[in-house]
Write a protein that binds this ligand. Structure first.
Ligand code: FDA
Length: 397
């Protein structure tokens, strides 16, 4: 027998739960189906367990998409301030870490519990451990889509796809949303890992390996984008927020230009110190600005390894400055979906209404959250897209 709902949401993640609660608050009967054994697994592990749930400085230029204008409408109609108000109404304690990034004081589960309690208050049904298959459009009024799930035949007027992207498959992430879009003939931009660490293979890999655990505050440039933040050397390559940010813009074959001392003018500083502290070794000078370990490994194979500042020529100082201000690194690749925070690409926004998230050619079919070709920078922007796109759809499902 066909079991009917006004709205079926596939995916009990950030966007799916938000959309379900808001649609049910409008009086719609809502079912959320998820194949995982727990709702909101990515929320729970986000922000190092504290969920960076939004950012004070949400703006369209913090998002990558083949259509940079698409995100504007949803972000404007449900803002970071709206989500902060919701968080405050649930008494969730939070703080700004830096650059407008808002984190829970306690645990990421505060955000998940808030969403689950909103769903419960509005009598949303959530079926976990339930795979969905055989989704098809129907010609019946009030039941535009049918599918099989949990051994039952289900029907709904509005079907919301909120299955996220394929990053971290161990958390239940799949490319299901892309496949469903393609089943309906919608264009999907091929997904690729974003906000992900780089892997290295050449001599830079040895350097990274020996410096593993060392963090520096740097500036990185690639493909016309610049980020200034921390970089972490790892056993396999380069990580840390600056590297994650630039990874979303990097393409295979491109080099990164890294300024290891962005606060300094190294050439001018060395010339000045040559007079003031001529006996200082280059290594000790560099250790003062970075760390002892970095200075040792950075200079390990250089001709200036034992040099004092007095021994450096003008050309030496310029070469040292260039090396530190424009370290050229050509990554071998990235760590891929195993550790990526997001997937770039996804359902082409040209297929969707920016006001409602509904597929232009398929009334009643909605795509929200990460499955759409809208990807935020690091810093709470991806969750804000999940909330904003979810609320946009919830008004029309
Ligand atoms: P989300 O991935 O949240 O939910 C998708 C749901 O669909 C999952 O429950 C999944 O099980 C389900 N699903 C998948 N395939 C299915 C199928 N075939 N059938 C049924 N269900 C299916 N962002 C941010 O702004 N701040 C942060 O601090 C972080 N931190 C962070 C850490 C880590 C480790 C990761 C991996 C990611 C982040 N992110 C983040 C990104 C953020 O988690 C992400 O952008 C949102 O969770 C996307 O929300 P969605 O609801 O679109 O997908």
């Amino acid at each position: 027998m066909l079991q009917k709902f006004d709205v079926i949401v596939i995916g009990a993640g950030a966007a799916g739960l938000m959309c379900a609660a808001q649609a049910a608050a409008r009086g719609r009967s809502v079912l959320v189906v998820d194949h995982a054994n727990k709702a909101g697994k990515k929320i729970l592990m986000s922000g190092g367990g504290r969920c960076n749930f939004t950012n004070y400085f949400v703006a369209p230029d913090k998002y990558l998409s083949h259509n940079p204008h698409f995100c504007k409408s949803a972000l404007k109609r449900y803002t970071q301030w709206d989500f902060i108000a919701l968080v405050e109404s649930h008494g969730v304690a939070y703080h700004e870490k830096k650059d407008g990034q808002l984190f829970c004081d306690n645990k990421a589960s505060d955000i998940l519990n808030m969403l689950l309690s909103e769903c419960e208050q509005q009598s949303v049904q959530i079926w976990l451990d339930t795979a969905v298959r055989d989704i098809a459009q129907t010609a019946q009024s009030g039941c535009r889509y049918q599918m099989k799930a949990g051994g039952r035949l289900l029907g709904c007027e509005s079907l919301v796809v909120a299955t996220g992207g394929p990053s971290i498959p161990t958390l239940g992430a799949t490319g299901f949303g892309y496949e469903l879009a393609q089943q309906f003939g919608l264009k999907v931009y091929p997904p690729r890992a974003g906000l992900v660490p780089f892997t290295l293979t050449d001599h830079n890999k040895q350097l990274s390996e020996s410096l593993s655990g060392t963090a520096l505050s740097i500036e990185v440039e690639c493909a016309g984008q610049i980020f200034r933040d921390d970089m972490l050397f790892t056993h396999r390559g380069l990580s840390g927020p600056a590297m994650l940010q630039i990874s979303s813009y990097w393409q295979p074959g491109l080099s990164l230009s890294i300024n290891l001392l962005p606060e300094q003018d190294v050439a001018a500083l060395l010339r000045q110190l040559q007079h003031e502290r001529p006996k200082l070794t280059l290594k000790n000078w560099l250790a003062e600005l970075t760390t002892q370990k970095f200075a040792e490994h950075w200079l390990a194979s250089s001709v200036w390894q034992q040099s004092t500042l007095a021994q450096l020529s003008g050309a030496d100082m310029d070469a040292i400055a260039e090396g530190l201000h424009q370290w050229q690194v050509k990554p071998a690749g990235t760590e891929g979906y195993r550790t990526a925070e997001v997937a770039l690409g996804g359902v082409d926004t040209a297929e969707l209404s920016s006001k409602t998230m509904e597929a232009q050619r398929f009334p009643g079919l909605f795509f929200i959250g990460e499955v759409v070709d809208v990807t935020g920078h690091l810093g709470g922007f991806n969750f804000q897209w999940a909330w904003s796109s979810a609320v946009a759809a919830a008004e029309f499902v």
